[in-house]
Design a protein around this ligand. Structure first.
Ligand code: SF4
Length: 430
C-alpha cells in the first residue's frame, strides 16, 4: 500500500491542480519523441483529465513526473502518487499557421491552457522561467487539441480589454496582444482553419463523435462581442467539407452579445451550445478584478442572455465562476442564481499564470488549497443537486466539479496512445 493509495482519483486531481507537476526538460523531450501531446493535459485513468502538468507554476510543486516501467508516474515528495498518461500528438497538428513575417514573437505556451498556443506573448514574457514557453518561430496549429478535452479553434488571441490596457487581472493569457492577433482578419487563415479541420475529421474518423469543438477567443469589439468571427469559422468549415460533423457539442465560449438576435445567428450557424463566463459574481468584486466593460456589465445582463439562450440552443448553456479571486459565499450565490434559471456553472480554481501571476505576486489572489476546493465543489454539488441539475459537460480540464458529482467524460480513443510505445523501452528512467 502506497502512502497515497487511499486517495480517490478525483482527490488526486484536486491535490495536484493548484500546484502543477514539475517535468524536466529531458522528460519533456522524451514525451515529444514518443508522440505524446500535450504535456499540459494529463490523464488519470481514461476519464479524468486536468491540465495540471504545468511546470510554469510548478517550480515549487511537490509533484514531479518520472518515467519508469515504460509508463509515466507522478511522485509527491518522492512518494509514488499516481500513474498518468497523455494525449498523443495528432497529425492534424502539422497544419500550422504562420504570420509569414519571420516574426519570432510567436510563443507556444507549452504548459498553459488549451495546449496553448498563443502568438500574443511579449518577447520578455516568462523570461524568468523559459521552461514555460517555447518560441515556435511564428508557427502554431490552426486547430488545437485543448484542455476542453476536444478540438478548439481560436479566431483571435487578441482581446479588446488588453488592447485598451484594462485586462481582467486573472486572465490566463499573457501578453499585450492587439488587433494583429485577430487571426481571422489575416489573409488565408480561415481557409487554413477549414483545411486543418478537414484533416482532423479524416484522422479521427468515426471517433469525431467522441470529440467536441469549442470556438473561443478574447473579447472582440462590437455589440455582438465577436460572434461574427465565430460564425465565419463554422461557415468556412461547412463550405470546405459540406457539413458540420456530429460531435458531443459545438460550443461558443463568448462574452454575452448585447442583442438576442445574435444568439439565433450562432445557433443557425451550427453552434449547439454556448458558454458565457461571468467569472466573478459580486458587482463590486467584478469591477475590481475586471476593470473593463465586462466588469461593468451587470449580472442581470448575463441572466437575460443565458435565459434566452436556454430557449434557443439544443445543447448546453453554461457559465463559469473562478474560485480564489472572489469570496466563496459570493461564488456560491452565483452558482445558485444561475442554477435557478437552469444554467450550470463550471467552477474552476484560479491558477497562477498569465496576468494571474501578478495577482499572486502582489498578494491579491492565491491558488485555492485542495481542502478549500473540496469544500467549494461540495457546496456547488449540493446546490446543483438541489436544482436537479448535472454539472456542465464542458469542463475546461481543470475543474473537478463534474467528477465530484460522479460525471466523467472518456477521452477519444483516436487521440490516445494505447499501450506503451516500443521505443519507450529505451527511455531513461528519471
Ligand atoms: S479574461 Fe477574457 S475578457 Fe478578460 S482580458 Fe482575458 S481574454 Fe479578455
Amino acid at each position: 500500500m502506497g502512502k497515497y493509495s487511499h486517495l480517490s482519483e478525483v482527490d488526486k486531481k484536486i491535490e495536484i491542480q493548484g500546484f502543477g507537476i514539475k517535468i524536466s526538460r529531458e522528460l519533456k523531450a522524451d514525451l515529444q519523441r514518443e508522440g505524446f501531446y500535450p504535456v499540459a493535459l494529463t490523464w488519470l485513468g481514461d476519464d479524468l483529465t486536468g491540465p495540471f502538468s504545468f511546470t510554469g507554476y510548478g517550480d515549487s510543486s511537490p509533484f514531479e513526473l518520472r518515467h519508469e516501467d515504460c509508463g509515466y508516474h507522478v511522485y509527491r515528495d518522492g512518494e509514488h502518487f499516481s500513474e498518468v498518461t497523455f494525449y498523443k500528438r495528432p497529425k492534424f497538428w502539422d497544419r500550422q499557421w504562420s504570420f509569414g513575417d519571420g516574426s519570432e514573437s510567436t510563443f507556444f505556451v507549452e504548459e498553459g491552457m488549451a495546449g496553448v498556443i498563443t502568438p500574443c506573448a511579449p518577447d520578455n514574457a516568462f523570461s524568468e522561467n523559459d521552461d514555460v514557453l517555447k518560441v515556435t518561430g511564428g508557427r502554431f496549429p490552426f486547430v488545437g487539441l485543448a484542455c476542453y478535452n476536444g478540438l478548439s479553434i481560436w479566431p483571435s488571441y487578441g482581446c479588446l480589454y488588453t488592447k485598451q490596457g484594462s485586462p481582467c487581472t486573472f486572465c490566463c493569457i499573457p501578453g499585450d496582444y492587439n488587433e494583429d492577433k485577430m487571426l481571422i482578419q489575416q489573409k488565408g487563415w480561415l481557409d487554413g482553419v477549414a483545411r486543418a479541420f478537414e484533416a482532423a475529421v479524416d484522422e479521427l474518423g468515426d471517433d469525431i463523435r467522441n470529440c467536441s469543438l469549442t470556438v473561443d477567443s478574447g473579447t472582440l469589439p462590437g455589440r455582438d462581442k465577436g460572434a461574427w468571427a465565430y460564425i465565419q469559422v463554422l461557415e468556412a468549415i461547412k463550405a470546405r467539407i459540406g457539413r458540420l460533423p456530429d460531435m458531443i457539442y459545438i460550443r461558443a465560449v463568448i462574452e454575452p452579445p448585447y442583442d438576442e438576435e445574435v444568439l439565433f445567428k450562432l445557433r443557425d450557424a451550427g453552434f449547439t451550445g454556448i458558454q458565457c463566463d461571468i467569472d466573478v459574481y459580486d458587482d463590486a468584486e467584478r469591477l475590481a478584478i475586471m476593470p473593463n466593460a465586462k466588469g461593468k456589465r451587470p449580472i442581470s445582463d448575463y441572466v437575460r442572455i443565458l435565459s434566452k439562450a436556454k430557449e434557443i440552443f439544443p445543447g448546453e448553456v453554461a457559465t463559469q465562476l473562478v474560485a480564489g479571486i472572489q469570496k466563496d459565499e459570493n461564488l456560491l450565490k452565483g452558482v445558485e442564481r444561475f442554477a435557478g434559471i437552469g444554467v450550470p456553472t463550471l467552477v474552476t480554481p484560479f491558477l497562477p499564470f498569465g496576468q494571474g501571476l501578478n495577482m499572486v505576486r502582489v498578494g491579491t489572489a492565491s491558488v485555492p488549497t485542495p481542502d478549500k476546493m473540496r469544500k467549494v465543489y461540495g457546496a456547488c454539488a449540493e446546490i446543483l443537486s438541489r436544482y436537479n441539475m448535472a454539472p456542465p459537460e464542458f469542463r475546461g480540464g481543470v475543474s473537478s466539479l463534474a467528477e465530484t458529482m460522479g460525471r466523467r467524460l472518456k477521452r477519444a480513443p483516436s487521440l490516445t496512445n494505447f499501450g506503451k510505445p516500443e521505443s519507450a523501452l529505451n527511455l531513461r528512467a528519471v
